[in-house]
Design a protein around this ligand. Sequence first.
Ligand code: AMP
Length: 579
Amino acid sequence: MNSFENLGLSQPVVEAIGKLGFENPTPIQEQAIPFLLEGNQDFVGLAQTGTGKTAAYGLPLLDLISPDERATKALILSPTRELGLQIADDLKKFSGNIRNLNVVAVYGGASIEEQIRKIKKGAQVIVATPGRLLDLIRRRAIDLRELEYLVLDEADEMLNMGFKEDIDAILSETNEDKRTWLFSATMPREVRNISKNYMDNPHEITVGTANTTNQNIEHHYYLMNNRDRYDALKRIVDFYPEIYGIIFCRTRRETQEVAEYLMRDGYNADALHGELTQQQRDRVMRKFKNRSLQLLVATDVAARGIDVDNLTHVLHYNLPDELEFYTHRSGRTARAGRTGISLALITPKEERKIGFLRKKLNANFTKQNIPVGNEVCEKQALHFVQRLKETEIKEEEMSSFMPSVFDELQDLDRDELIKRLAALEFSRFADYYRDAKDLNIKAGSSRRSNDRDRDYGVNESEKRLFINIGKKDGMDVPRLLNQLHRVCGVRGKNIGRIDLKGVYTFFNVESKYVDDVFKGFSDVVIAGRKVRVEEAGDEQAPSRGKRYGKPRKEFSRDNRGGRKPHRGQSRFNRESKRY
Ligand code: AMP
């Protein structure tokens, strides 16, 4: 294994990174540092985020520029303010032993005057977002004539974010002699064009394979019906009590909704999207970074450049349309040699997207079952036991009241005590999951059954039944529920959607109660007619041979006895149980 000294870095820099705990260079550092220290050629580094690329260009940069001159010698462009601040922070740490070297970050959403003041004091290294840099150039507050090194960090993200024109403008403002170093996780045509148009025969290195994701990431996916998406998310989050992750949504609205529903349901979550003010975004990011926030629900754009280590999971509430977005999203986990899980919630229709990703990224995607109630409870129980075992006992602080506690508990034996502790901790999970349905559906389930599911709100744990009694017989929803309870012993919460017609009715019932319904109604007369119950065929009233269109929605009920949301109403309202 190579050491940082062997790569040719100066002693002050080697010492500074030693203090940061960097022992050995990462692969990109090993390849890039000796080359960049030569300082005489353009460079393209294809590397995922989390590979140590900031140090790969930052360390040689600091050794190449002279701190004795006040002019700006190096400019680093970053797609977002968050990444820009992170880079500046890293560079300041790396240059802790170099006197008079100033690193200044400039970005939108903060006072430009303050930034101008800092630049005027002399900044050999400037880290900038493209928009703010152009502002500064236009105000003639920044002089890039003596620029020696320009770094384009996360170039693909800058282009994804629509900074192409800004980058063109900036590149044409800077002097021709400078060296340009470009780093990108992926190499789409637009990035290739930048290297063609603005770089001089760049030396290119790739760490890992371009367009593949970090090998330390496990890719999982879960199949569910669209209407169960939110419930599935909650199950998965409950299954990983130590989760610290980002939940990616496709729109701002979805982001806000998912975050609000998670908060409502007692999760430690918050939203990050473009409709928030800069202050709100900063507040959320601060909470997330210092881990007082466990789940960040974010849009792709808002989450760009988020640099948080130790994320255990990246969750795709909805898969992105673009392959590159998937790479960027999942690259937020498994940073700096750690492992992480990228998991996607998908419907059977979206399964082909997994096939595409699998092929393009040459990565292994494994299908996981959405945990059922018992599994979640067991996982939570073990987590609780682990916490219990690891709890630090502060003898001194507790000594004054522990005798009375022991006194109170003296009649409880060990088993009883453990059971009670567990019950106290789990009652909310146990209550919530007692009758929770299985949210899994099988891969490749037929289009027809999906359509039927959608039309009739039947889920996998339910059956749709036909009964030969309808409105003309005086039947209505309360009466039917009453009959089902009284005659068959099946409660309203186990009944799903009901579609009442003139002389018959369709209703959904949890599969395990189907026999009870058949048995209960086996010898019953309602309104002078002998009741007949049958399993409903596809869209057809049994024994009548007549086809029926979509049932009207007049008596939709969800399976907990509440009214089902109308079309267009949020699907998140459906799961109303809290804990
Ligand atoms: P980056 O890809 O530059 O965002 O780096 C990802 C993380 O890896 C950051 O937290 C760095 O501090 C850390 N890191 C970079 N290089 C090394 C190294 N050689 N040894 C240990 N950690 C590193």
